[in-house]
Design a protein around this ligand. Structure first.
Ligand SMILES: N[C@@H](CCC(=O)N[C@@H](CS)C(=O)NCC(=O)O)C(=O)O
Length: 313
């Protein structure tokens, strides 16, 4: 199977990212933070790339780091720069046709998995990093000299707690929906499904007594959870068969998702047309007709019921 997905004995395994360089605030590294030097290749559909877009907005880095958006439909050989879909920008740097060409420009020998997001260095014409968890850490603190908003989503005193919750959220929820959806044995599907909903139940409980995942401030952990929750009812519930409950059936998680959605700038990072089209039209082994469901109708702007001013921007 293409799609860069590894399915071993019915079980989905996510491949390790390949480029792992680090941008630093000071000029000592090969990749110092500079205005207009770096570029992000993203898909609006992808929950991992979505993290990076959220950070650009929250930090106010849109004028410092440019962005190209791939076409939502991902063919077997991976993402393309086709522009025949609203919001797909093409490759605004080099006019290449496919994201694989970008990887080959960085490394002509590259034969691995082509994924978004990609953080690109325009100066050295190479990939800095293609691992979203690392890209958002760099966006959080390497560009503070240029960021419009003074906000730290990974403050040192909360780092250990954030790491701990991230681990659970990554395994059971972010990647858990994929493990459920790409399972090709009933037993493996059921195991991932049960683990996913046990974790959802646990977080529903947690959010009954505290506003955010590590207490009363929004952190990296919340944004990492958000990108999965915002796709849950529109895509995962149907396409990935994560249908024990909808997000709407969890009052705390649903209120929390709406609250995060309503944070300034975030709604602009959520493109439901790209999200739905990507999953339903790309994974033909799950959805052979490629029909994209019209519903559900979700109102992320409805009152969230989780009061207070917390993120003054
Ligand atoms: N570990 C990576 C995962 C990124 C990832 O899996 N992206 C998916 C899209 S959601 C992708 O580009 N897949 C390409 C493929 O499967 O061929 C990260 O978090 O950055």
């Amino acid at each position: 199977m293409a799609l860069g997905l590894k399915i071993e004995q019915g079980e989905f395994k996510r491949t390790e990212s390949t480029f792992r360089n680090w941008i630093t605030a000071s000029g000592e590294s090969d990749f110092p933070a500079e205005a207009n030097r770096y570029h992000l290749y993203v898909s609006y559909a992808c929950p991992w790339a979505h993290r990076a877009l959220i950070y650009l907005k929250l930090k106010g880095l849109e004028d410092i780091i440019s962005v190209s958006v791939v076409h939502p439909v991902m063919p077997e050989e991976s993402w393309t720069f086709a522009e025949d879909f609203a919001g797909a920008t093409g490759d605004t740097l080099y006019g290449l046709e496919k994201l694989r060409d970008t990887y080959l420009k960085a490394d002509p020998e590259f034969s691995g998995l082509v994924t978004v997001p990609v953080l690109w260095d325009k100066k050295q014409q190479t990939i800095v990093n293609n691992e979203s968890s690392e890209i958002i850490r760099m966006l959080n603190n390497a560009f503070d000299a240029f960021a419009k908003h003074d906000i730290d989503l990974y403050p040192p005193h909360l780092a250990a707690q954030i790491d701990e919750i991230n681990e659970m959220v990554y395994d059971k929820i972010n990647n858990g929906v994929y493990k459920t959806g790409f399972a090709s044995s009933q037993e493996i599907y059921l195991q991932a499904y049960n683990e996913l909903f046990a974790a959802m139940d646990e977080l529903e409980q947690l959010l009954a007594s505290q506003r955010y995942l590590v207490g009363d401030v929004i952190t990296e952990a919340d944004w990492r959870l958000f990108t999965t929750l915002v796709r849950f009812d529109a895509v995962y519930y149907g396409h990935f068969k994560t249908n024990k409950k909808r997000l709407l059936d969890y009052p705390n998680l649903w209120g929390y998702t709406k609250e995060l959605y309503q944070v300034a700038g975030i709604a602009e990072t959520v493109n439901m047309a790209h999200i739905k089209t990507h999953y339903y039209a790309s994974h033909r082994f799950i959805n052979p007709t490629g029909i994209v469901p019209a519903g559900p109708e979700l109102d992320f702007y409805a009152p969230h019921g989780r009061d207070g001013d917390y993120l003054a921007m």
